[in-house]
Write a protein that binds this ligand. Structure first.
Ligand SMILES: O=C(O)CCC(=O)C(=O)O
Ligand SMILES: [Fe+2]
Length: 349
């Protein structure tokens, strides 16, 4: 299993950013203290650990799928490349995205499997995938997609309530049966010979494009830029704990009450840098046709937050659907379309 073959532990002496630990079992049991912890984490940093999520088996099967897929010859993987037009499903080759203002290129490859393609399998909805994916749809991809949807939908229901939205408002914007950019992604970053170089991101600083991300890390490398801090800090991977975070669309729907925080991936720290890094994430995104806007008419809490934000119009009313937003963000990362601009808020690049 990638990442588990006697890798050195995460070093003790690198600065890490602590995250609140939310217990999914207690969330399901509607424990009030746990719900308040989730609410605090979602507003203050927008990142938290989630334990007892019950997805370990599905996660392991996906790491295996990712490893087998990445081992395919490059020309086979390239048959499924996403291209430069903002498609976010399929294979993303290393070296096609710009990672900084100098236009340096990334070294990570992804395989992204659409929720719609997984749930309708064997009928294609968006596109075809390598046989290493389709052979494992029933045993790995579909179980992981279903489990991730279940977890993220439960978290969305809690956030819906805390935001003072009418029941199921967020659920209706994220309907499983509607087409969306929801996707399961396995990321591979090659090992680095010699000294690791924290200054060189392998995945550039960004906010996530969708609503909720359910991430599984084994090696370090993920870093956050915490509010008010100038310094990037590692998030330490904890066995059995997912890392969850808020993305741009929930930030917008909530009128900025929920935080879509900047993060990036750098080579794993110290000794870990010599190992190949795999990570796995499920992105829950709103249905394609949903308009991104603050849900101020539906909630007094959100209306109040919008009222208090000076640049609310540009921040929370971008005039784009979830699909348009995703396409633009994915497209702008490709080196071919790349224009650097200073970061001006979630999703502004
Ligand atoms: O690999 C990781 O730890 C994070 C990946 C990430 O931020 C992303 O794919 O958006
Ligand atoms: Fe991310």
């Amino acid at each position: 299993m990638p990442g588990l073959i006697s890798i050195p532990p995460f070093p003790e002496d690198v600065p890490t950013h602590p995250l609140l630990v939310v217990d999914y079992g207690l969330i399901r049991a509607r424990d009030e203290a746990e719900i308040n912890k989730l609410w605090k984490a979602a507003r203050e940093l927008g990142f938290w650990y989630l334990k007892n999520h019950g997805a370990d088996e599905e996660v392991n099967a996906m790491f295996d799928m990712g490893e087998i897929t990445m081992a395919l010859p490059l020309d086979e993987k390239m048959k499924y490349e996403q291209g430069d037009d903002g498609v976010s499903f399929g294979y993303k080759a290393a070296g096609v995205n710009a990672i900084d203002e100098k236009g340096n290129l990334d070294c990570t490859e992804f395989i992204n499997v659409s929720k719609d393609d997984a749930l309708a399998f064997p009928t294609p909805v968006h596109r075809a995938y390598p046989s290493t994916v389709t052979d494992r749809m029933d045993t790995a991809v579909i179980p992981f997609v279903k489990k991730s949807l279940e977890v993220n939908n439960s978290l969305l229901a809690i956030l819906n309530e805390k935001l003072g939205l009418p029941q199921d408002t967020l659920a209706k914007l994220h309907r499983e049966e509607e087409r969306s950019g929801c996707v399961a992604r396995v990321i591979r970053t090659p090992p680095k010979e010699g000294e690791f170089d924290e200054a060189k991101a392998v995945l550039s600083s960004h906010t996530d494009f969708g609503s909720l991300s359910f991430l599984h890390n084994r090696l370090g490398g993920l870093q956050v830029l915490a509010p008010g801090s100038e310094r990037w800090q590692y998030i330490k991977p904890l066995p059995g704990h997912a890392i969850c975070n808020i993305g741009d669309s929930l930030h917008i729907f909530s009128g900025g009450v929920l935080r879509s925080n900047m993060h990036r991936v750098v080579p794993p720290p110290k000794e870990q840098a010599r190992y190949e890094r795999y990570s796995l994430v499920f992105f829950t995104r709103a249905s394609d046709d949903v308009e991104l806007r603050a849900l101020a008419k539906e909630s007094a809490v959100i209306a109040d937050a919008v009222e208090k934000t000076p640049n609310a119009k540009t921040r929370f009313y971008p005039g784009a659907t979830a699909q348009e937003w995703l396409t633009r963000r994915v497209k702008n990362q490709r080196f071919k379309n790349f224009k650097w601009s200073p970061w001006a808020g979630p999703g502004q690049r």
